[in-house]
Design a protein around this ligand. Structure first.
Ligand SMILES: [Zn+2]
Ligand SMILES: [Zn+2]
Ligand SMILES: [Zn+2]
Length: 55
């Protein structure tokens, strides 16, 4: 059985769990969304309610 590579979004405040194969790859880290990948410089939140970066 193949292991599914799940990891937490690399954004500190984000609680999302992302699949490595579908995650946004940025500098070797995996993010759930473009917003988290860019460090929320221009985009707020990740599109999921309940995450710290959505506030
Ligand atoms: Zn999130
Ligand atoms: Zn995220
Ligand atoms: Zn985030």
């Amino acid at each position: 059985m193949a292991a599914v590579d799940l990891m937490k979004c690399a954004c500190d405040k984000c609680l999302c769990i992302v699949k490595v194969e579908t995650a946004i790859d940025r500098d070797g880290k995996h993010y759930c969304s473009e917003a988290c990948a860019e460090g929320h410089k221009t985009i707020t939140g990740c599109g999921h309610s309940g995450c710290g970066c959505s506030e």
